[in-house]
Write a protein that binds this ligand. Structure first.
Ligand code: GLN
Length: 498
């Protein structure tokens, strides 16, 4: 038997149906590898190995009995710990939710279960998905498998490394400003943020509700297409999910799109872009030209306001969403909230309990966001900050609408630099925020964004190519990306972990 952990979901499905390997053997191979590598990489916050093996055995038994099986039957999947899993720890990378066990499954989790996937664990993340390095987790950072002194990106760092280090063939993350695409780029894998409304957010613990989306990580686009097909679609439990047909992403993947008009985003090649990343992206453009694409430069003139607008809109929504963690109903409750000063004496005990619970439960970045957002929304400042940011958001969307009159997809770098060192940016929030300058605007506009591997730096770190398409044009996005994937072999590189 070849090592199943060096494979992809699509290949494993074929091998299971031809009887070459069983679901149990596959799950066992992945959990054994995780056993060895997790202590170094810190990918999983929670695993239930027995349950995963039982799920895999059940798939084998049903296959033997001739039952019809779901599209992910026997495939291990790792889940970012921001998604609710019934009765199982769901911490969101926070002390606040250390002992939270949700009373329900997120819709995407129900869909995975209905597809007969095997859930192998919950993955590490920046607390409440706020961050770009996974260093904001209350449970220690995840490490990049290409260089364990470096960060894997974030906030979905655990789910990205689960796939990059072959602890699962596919995984789910969430992306509010880049949290799927940025770690995918820094770990050398594929990551897709679907259009806003394409995938249900029911059971996704909210960070910024007008920006959050769930999406897949994988080694190649066939697996992306497969997993997106399983999780996409209207959900009555999420009123922002859209009732539009879900195409057969996998079935159409290998048919090149009817037109191949590619736009290069001028604004993404300015100051701050590492020359090695720029060279790899320019080379990707040549690959498209060689494949017969018409390539032209396009402008998204309001891109430079994306960061400022995002860092008002996202914290504003976060400050509202996170007000539910007050120690009363669920989440961390402080044991000691006694008054220590005369000033505290004058605060009612209930309020002191809430203050102490929030002070203990949240880490520094989450507190910073709550304060920023509360300020941006406060009476007297809302017009100057929050409402102004919403106007900029509209202009950013208009930029994309204009660009898509002339081209089918936009391309550019996913990140300005390759993976940085652990600790390099932790004391400088602004430097950390700049990791997402190229990914943030797609969330503000609600359009899909994809990162695929497109090169390596001289020091052996992966580089990501970002592709963007109009809202709900994931099929075009995947088919266009596939043209590049077929012409290159960057997606087949794997880190040299023993
Ligand atoms: N890094 C960005 C932030 O910190 C994006 C995070 C995300 O997409 N969840 O907000």
């Amino acid at each position: 038997m070849i090592d199943p952990t060096r494979s992809t979901a699509v290949h494993l499905l074929a091998q299971m149906s031809s009887g070459e390997v069983s679901a149990e053997e596959i799950t066992r191979a992945y959990v054994d590898r995780a056993e060895r590598l997790n202590p170094t990489l810190n990918v999983f916050l929670h695993r239930d190995v027995q349950k995963a093996l039982d799920q895999a055995k059940a798939v084998d038994a049903r296959r033997a009995a001739g039952d019809s099986l779901g599209p992910l039957a026997g495939i291990p999947v790792a889940i970012k710990d921001v998604l609710c899993t019934l009765g199982e720890p769901t911490t969101c990378g926070s002390r606040m939710l250390k002992s939270f066990r949700p009373p329900y499954d997120a819709t995407v989790i129900s869909k995975l279960r209905a597809a007969d996937a095997v859930i192998v664990g919950k993955t590490n993340m920046d607390e409440f998905a706020m961050g770009s390095s996974t260093e904001n987790s209350a449970y220690g950072p995840t490490r990049n498998p290409w260089d364990t002194t470096r960060i894997p990106g974030g906030s979905s760092g655990g789910s990205a490394v689960a796939v990059a280090a072959d602890l699962a063939p596919i995984s789910l993350g969430s992306d509010t400003g880049g949290s799927i695409r940025q770690p995918a780029a820094l770990c050398g894998i594929v990551g897709l943020k679907p259009s806003y409304g394409r995938v249900s957010r029911y059971g996704l613990i909210a960070f910024a509700s007008s920006l959050d989306q769930v999406g897949p990580f994988s080694h190649d686009l066939a697996d992306t297409a497969l997993l997106l097909g399983v999780i996409a679609g209207r959900d009555p439990m999420d009123s922002t999910s859209v009732d539009t047909p879900v195409p057969d992403y996998l079935g159409t993947l290998d048919t090149p799109p009817p037109s191949l008009r590619v736009g290069i985003v001028r604004e993404y090649f300015g100051e701050g872009l590492d020359p090695e990343i720029e060279a790899a992206v320019r080379e990707a453009v040549r690959v498209y030209e060689a494949a017969g694409a018409t390539v032209r430069e396009v402008s998204l003139p309001h891109s430079k306001y994306g960061g400022p607008a995002y860092y008002l809109v996202a914290p504003a929504e976060c400050s509202s969403n996170l007000s539910r963690y007050d120690g009363t109903i669920f989440g961390h409750r402080a044991e000691d909230f006694s008054a220590r000063t005369p000033e505290e004496e004058s605060i009612p005990p209930l309020i002191r309990m809430m203050m102490a619970s929030r002070a203990e439960g949240f880490g520094p970045e989450v507190k910073r966001r709550i304060m920023l957002g509360t300020f941006a929304l406060s009476a007297g400042y809302a017009d100057q900050y929050y409402n102004q940011a919403l106007k900029v958001r509209r202009l950013i969307r208009n930029d994309f609408d204009n660009a898509f009159k002339d081209v089918d997809v936009l391309i550019g770098p996913t990140t300005p630099t390759a993976a940085f060192k652990l600790g390099e940016k932790t004391s400088d929030p602004l430097a950390m925020y700049l990791s997402d300058i190229y990914t943030i605007t797609t969330n503000l506009a609600g359009i899909p964004g994809l990162s695929i591997p497109c090169g390596m730096t001289k020091s052996g770190l992966p580089i990501g190519l970002q592709l963007m398409a109009p809202a709900f044009a994931e099929e075009t996005l995947l088919r266009t990306a596939r043209v590049f994937e077929k012409a290159t072999d960057w997606h087949s590189r794997r880190p040299g972990l023993s």
